[in-house]
Structure formats: C-alpha cells, structure tokens
Design a protein around this ligand. Structure first.
Ligand code: SF4
Length: 426
C-alpha cells in the first residue's frame, strides 16, 4: 500500500443515480422504480430526473467549494441505473465535471443492458476526447449482466430481459474501448453447468474488467421472502426445495423456487471463477474483481486504498479524513433541500483511529496489498498473524503484513480471526 490513506485532497467523485425501471428482487441499494415508458407517468419521471440533475449540479457546487476540489482523477456514475438518464441528461452531468477531469481521468457509467441501444452506445464511445490527439475517447462502461441465463435472471427478479451479450457487443461495435461486466454467482438454481455457461460467455466476450460478486440474500428483500416461502413449501411437501428443471416462469413461483446453493457449492463455484479467469489472463486484483492488464477500476482501487472521496446524490456516502457522512436517501427530500439552497440532510459519523485502522486492513486484505504492521497494530493480533502465516494465509515480511492469494479466497474469515476482539479477550 503506497501513499497516505484517508487524508489528502479529494480526487475521486461518486454520483449516485437512485432510479431504476423496476426493482430487482435481490436489491437493497438506494433506488426507486420509475416508469419512463411515456404518458403521464413518463412526464412525472422526466420531471423527477430533471430535478435530480439540477440537484447534482447544486450539490457539486457546494461540495467542490467546501473541499476545494480542483482536479478529479476518477468519476463514477453508479446506482440505481445511471443509463436510465439517457445520453441527454448524462451529458448535462458530464458537463458539470469536465472542467475538473484530469486529462486521463477514468469516467465510469454503470449501464443496464436494456439501455444500451445504438444511440447510447455511440454516446458512450465518444463522450470524452483524448487530450493528446483530440480523438473521441469513450467513457468506461460497466454493464450489469448478472447472468447470461434468462432463467437465473428471473430467479433474481430481474424482469428486464435484454440480452447482456448482445448489449455488450453493441457497445464494442460502437467503439467503447473500456467495457466491463458485472455478474453474480451463488444464485439459487445456479448449478455447475449454468456457472460454466456464464464463465464461457464472459471469456467469449472478453471484457476489460469483470466484477463477480457472490449473491448476498439480504433480509427484507423480495428474494429473501421468496426463498423463505420456498423453504416452507418444500418442508410441507417433504422435499428439499429444489427443482430439477429451471425455467424462467417456474423460478417466480415460490413453490418451484430453487434452493440457494450450499456453502461448499458457492466456494467451489468461486474457486472455479478465479481459476478460469486467471487462466485466461485476468488479474485477480480484489476478492471479487478481475482485470485485463492496465484495466483495473481506478475508482474502486481508490476506495480500497482508503483515499478521500465525495459522494453526490441521494443516499451517497462521502469520506474525507476522519469524517464520513451519508446523504438522505429520499430523492425528493434531497432535491428539495438543494433547491432551497441548503445542504441535503445527512447522517454524519466520525471515524476513530481504531475504526480507520480496521477499515484500512480490511480493504487491503481484499486486494492482497501489503500494510505496515505498525499502522494496524492496534487492531491486528500479532500472535494470530503468526499462526495464519504458518498456514500460508498471510505473509509477514520486514514489519509488514499481506493477505496471500490463498488467504484471499477466505479474506473475510482471515480478518475476523486477525482482529483483536476486546470483548472476547478482555
Ligand atoms: S437495476 Fe440494480 S440498482 Fe436497480 S433494482 Fe436492479 S439491482 Fe437494484
């Protein structure tokens, strides 16, 4: 790990777009469903989206001045569904930030397959200009595929069924040079064959970057409710809650909902993803992230290195020095405050030195980066570190500690064991 984490000038900006066409059943992000299909609902949606863009402009002015932001090395439009803004509103947002972007700034736009039509693809391919040649230089697109299997996307309650492979090829054909895919594994019903098909589809498309997260079934989501209902139905039927034939209609019926994969199946799947992507030349540079050479996500790397960043938009989080704050999640409340010339309501937090040390180590562990032991001595148990080193899960070298490639497979567990627990140890 190089440079001083947490402190220094803000060079990274996140903009949260809290709108989606529909809510996916597994989602617990700050996002609201918006009917953009036209008519009266479409007009109301357009009004909300315009108010949102105005709000971002006002919040950027306030935050830029308050934190003396002069240059941005990375800008990340995440959500929600940023591509729902369509090129016209995305342009309005980019216009705000262009004067502050460094010549080689990384600008990422999370994109859903159903938005990636020809108009969108050609905007994405030419939205920036190369400082050296004046030639068009695209934004970095992160395409939310989740799975190439329509049946598995149905299990996730992802009702928009645009083909992610087709959307990806359209982006490439338009000239988007830096395009990544977001996927999920551990989906109920995702057996070894379906996972193999997803891996094969990824390798065929050869994206510059792959984020492949394990499904986290969060309490309170529609997916958690459906899974609980399917377990209940399976118990009543004396079965085990599995269906043999997965199809996109059966998946939405709780009685036919496939069971969530057991821990060992998830672990095997994860090892397979890491193995096959690494074999195909991808750098496994974070627990869930893979990149072709030179294509690491610089914005995410800044987070993982605990660099200061600002977040704009409803529900966005900012961390600068020892201060962290989270914006109000309601887009109407957030926009109303900004249009009245006030800061949006926020939940502030002060990070004490122990929390900062713990976060720093957690983030470094996910990326296998080396950390000086002196900086994390307050939270890392050095006796445990010695035994984990003997097991090959961490490496201790010249007063530093690093989670090894072997340890990265179980990074969360390694951190739990390493962290001192004052409650348990007195
Ligand atoms: S598109 Fe993404 S943010 Fe929107 S509901 Fe689905 S998972 Fe959540």
């Amino acid at each position: 790990m190089t440079g001083r984490p947490f402190d220094g000038p803000v060079r990274h900006l996140y903009v949260h777009v809290p709108f989606c066409r529909m809510r996916c059943d597994y989602c617990d992000f700050v996002s609201r469903a918006l009917d953009v299909s036209g008519g009266r609902a479409g007009a109301e949606a357009a009004r909300l989206l315009d108010a949102y863009v105005d709000g971002v402009a006002a919040e950027w002015e306030r935050e830029r001045a308050a934190h003396d932001v002069r240059r941005l090395r990375t800008l990340y439009l995440g959500g929600g569904t940023p591509s729902l803004l369509r090129p016209e509103r995305l342009e309005r947002l980019l216009e705000l930030f262009r004067p502050y972007l460094t010549p080689h700034a990384e600008v990422t736009v999370e994109t859903n397959p159903e938005d990636a039509d020809d108009e969108y693809a050609s905007w994405a391919a030419g939205a920036l200009v190369s400082p050296a040649t004046g030639a068009p230089r695209g934004v970095r697109v992160s395409l939310g595929a989740q799975s190439f299997s329509p049946a598995l996307r149905s299990v996730l309650g992802r009702t928009a069924q645009a083909d992610p492979a087709e959307a990806f090829r359209r982006l490439r054909a338009a000239g988007v040079g830096n395009a990544g895919l977001d996927l999920i594994h551990g989906i109920p019903g995702q057996d070894a064959d379906l996972l193999a098909a997803d891996i094969a589809a990824v390798l065929k498309l050869r994206p510059d970057h792959v984020s492949w997260y394990e499904l986290d079934v969060v309490e309170g989501t529609a997916l958690a409710t459906r899974l609980a209902a399917s377990r209940g139905a399976a118990r009543l039927a004396g079965g085990v809650g599995r269906v043999t034939a997965l199809d996109s209609t059966a998946a939405l019926d709780p009685a036919a909902m496939p069971a969530d994969p057991a821990d060992d199946v998830r672990a095997t799947g994860y090892r397979r993803i890491v193995g096959e992507l690494s074999h195909a030349g991808y750098d496994w540079y974070e627990v869930s992230n893979f990149a072709l050479p030179g294509r690491r996500a610089r914005h995410n790397v800044a987070y993982w290195r605990a660099r200061p960043y600002l977040g704009l938009g409803p529900g966005a989080v900012s961390t600068v020095g020892a201060r962290r704050w989270t914006n109000a999640a309601d887009p109407v409340v957030w926009a109303a405050a900004l249009s009245a010339g006030e800061a949006p309501p926020r939940t502030p937090e002060t990070l004490d030195p122990e929390t900062r040390a713990r976060e720093r180590f957690l983030l470094a562990a996910r990326c296998g980066e080396r950390v000086p032991l002196a900086e994390v001595a307050a939270v890392v148990d050095q006796d445990v570190a010695g035994s984990l080193a003997a097991a090959g899960l961490v490496s201790l070298h010249s007063g530093t500690i690093r989670v090894t490639r072997k340890g990265r497979h179980v990074a969360d567990e390694v951190c739990v064991r390493l962290f001192r627990s004052p409650h348990l140890r007195g």
